[in-house]
Ligand binder design. Structure first.
Ligand SMILES: NC(=O)c1ccc[n+]([C@@H]2O[C@H](COP(=O)([O-])OP(=O)(O)OC[C@H]3O[C@@H](n4cnc5c(N)ncnc54)[C@H](OP(=O)(O)O)[C@@H]3O)[C@@H](O)[C@H]2O)c1
Length: 335
């Protein structure tokens, strides 16, 4: 029996690993173009021998992309950067590489192209991340009109770079910054814990990485998907402060949530952007100036027949490692 080949650019990343896993479970042969074979090694045990095929690829070079795509039936592009370093600029990765992949996919006769963008890219002209992602979408559509585009809100799950980052920070710092939240926090010292009441900051609709992966796989066989853009948000909307408050509750940690106005965050980000892996950049601060929620009337999970999981249902399992040990042991509540 012929196995279908799916090429996944960005398959070694956080979202990529989950999409590759889903594809392997569905018996696809998954080709992973990469700059580092070392990173693809981690994907191999998810499939049977030879099911994950690493291919060396330089996304600046058309020939290299063409060789990677070859006889694939489906191409998925998840390439993305959150900050710029050297030649890894927003324009190079989000626009130029995306355009090349879409053009080569078309030239190779690929049936389905799935392209990863981000929620709100059409609403934030001040962020270079957002404008480059939007330009990438346009370039992809121009080269491959039937491409399916996905715009997720902030993605959470095992090894995410959001809840894990703040949960780690809460371990070491008594203060957590809530960028863009207005006003002063109200402190509730009930039960010996410091908690903050009230909401604030930009709004998010966190979406579970497993649901994003399901959406990609569903779009491969959904005859209504070609040419569509799907906005992917979880079942609940949180303010930045509400989200951090929930993370603290789930991990049973304490911290003071400190509203940080945009101007102050921009100054901090200016200095932090020079760190090797910057925790915050001025462009990310600009990105936070608009809410990150699904637009009314957009296509989403429902059109793909998927019911997204809530953060409450998924996050406790992988954030458990941040919980301080209970004095009377983990089974206290059962006895
Ligand atoms: N995570 C989120 O909350 C979120 C939300 C909305 C949209 N998105 C989008 O979803 C996509 C995946 O995000 P992620 O969180 O999985 O990011 P990630 O973990 O940083 O993965 C990014 C992937 O892109 C690859 N890549 C970056 N620059 C490259 C280059 N110049 N040449 C070749 N490969 C390159 C990386 O390859 P290496 O392994 O070789 O570095 C990696 O596989 C991105 O497009 C991102 O913008 C993510």
């Amino acid at each position: 029996m012929d196995r279908h080949i799916v090429t996944v650019f960005g398959g070694t990343g956080f979202v990529g690993r989950h999409i590759v896993k889903r594809l392997l479970e569905r018996d696809f042969i998954v080709r992973v173009p990469t700059r580092s074979f070392e990173r693809v090694k981690k994907l191999k045990p998810m499939g049977y021998l030879g099911q994950v095929v690493p291919v060396y690829c330089d996304v600046r070079d058309e020939e290299s992309i063409k060789d990677a795509i070859g006889d694939s039936e489906v191409v998925i592009n998840l390439l993305g950067v959150l900050y710029e370093r050297g030649s890894n600029t927003f324009v190079n990765v989000h626009v130029k590489a995306a355009k090349r992949i879409a053009e080569e996919a078309k030239a190779c006769g690929v049936k389905t192209l799935l392209h990863m963008s981000a929620l709100g890219v059409d609403k934030n002209p001040s962020s270079n991340y957002a404008t480059s992602k939007l330009a990438g979408e346009n370039a992809v559509r121009e080269a491959f009109a039937d491409a399916v585009i996905f715009r997720p809100s902030v993605v959470f799950g095992q090894n995410d770079n959001f809840l894990n980052k703040f949960a780690t920070l809460a371990r070491f710092s008594p203060l957590l910054p809530v960028i863009g939240a207005p006003g002063l926090p109200k402190v509730d010292l009930g039960e010996g814990k410091i908690d903050i009441l009230g909401d604030g900051g930009p709004k998010f609709q966190p979406v579970y990485v497993g649901d994003v992966a399901d959406a990609f796989v569903a779009a491969i066989s959904n005859t209504k998907s070609p040419g569509k853009t799907y906005e992917l948000g979880g079942p609940e909307t949180y303010s930045f402060m509400g989200l951090l408050r929930d993370m603290l509750r789930i991990t049973r940690q304490s911290a003071i949530l400190v509203p940080v106005p945009f101007w102050l965050a921009s100054i901090k980000a200016f200095f932090l952007q020079f760190l090797p892996v910057p925790p915050l950049t001025p462009d990310q601060v600009r990105l936070l100036k608009t809410d990150n929620v699904v637009s009314e009337g957009s296509n989403g999970f429902a059109e793909l027949g998927i019911t997204p999981n809530s953060l409450e249902a998924v996050a406790p399992a992988y954030l458990k490692r941040f919980c301080p040990p209970r004095k009377s042991g983990e089974f206290r509540r059962f006895v």
